[in-house]
Write a protein of this length. Sequence first.
Length: 295
Amino acid sequence: MAFFVRFWGVRGSIPTPGPQTHRYGGNTSCVEVEVDEVRYICDAGSGIRELGIELMATAPKPVRAHLFFSHMHWDHIQGFPFFSPVYVPNNHFTIWGPKTADRRFARLLGGQMKSSYFPVDFRDLGGTIHADDLGSGDREVDGVRVRVFHQHHPGVSFAYRFEKDGVSVVYATDSEIDLDLDDAELPTRDPAALRGVPEDLVAFCRGATLIIADGQYTDEEYPRFVGWGHARATTVVDLAVLAGAERLAVFHHDPMHSDAEIDDLIRVCQQRARAHRSELQVFGAREGFELRLDA
Ligand SMILES: [Zn+2]
Ligand SMILES: [Zn+2]
């Protein structure tokens, strides 16, 4: 049994194509988790377009996949109308969410396909789209245990944890996690000390093989963006260290950050992990990157 994790879109807020971003990529959020040939797709930012092309070319037909949305901010849904497999009859997609959100998710997803915005109506898609919910927030979906966590973000966002046979992947984007906000104003205060993050989030991430987490801001930027609902990357390192995770993918890169700036940010994060005497492996999520995680 192996988990494959593929990054199709890693950028936050808005697509940023161009020479400054070509290495990490400019497409917005989309991550594919494949377990025993079942696909769990996290978010439908502009990166899902390329995933759709790949599935049409190589996946067994009809195409089946589970869709998990962190929330309905535009950078997480804007690729959906360009996800070609949803237009093909007999392809089947299930939209999952917490009990209160799943059906609302399907409705909001269709909202961006109203005729003023897009030429094809959601109801006219050829494929079958079904909404289901995660019940109490902990449910088995095609043999993989999926858990959900409510995050701090304007209008709420959800993290998901996918787990099977000792491998676990946490997808936790669009989440502000710093509890010591005084420290945000004073980034130089005891820089090596672990910062306060929500205990229930640490428990949710406990022992993860991989955490994919919003690390949009540098330490210098974060004081200006407190309350915007995104994390500074160095605090995400602390979360991963506290949770005892093996790997951390810093994700939802700021649209203002060039490849060189993301390189610098990742270096700072790796130094922070070492300063905590942690074995945590930190890398910057990069479009087109595939990771295989074995039990
Ligand atoms: Zn976002
Ligand atoms: Zn958001």
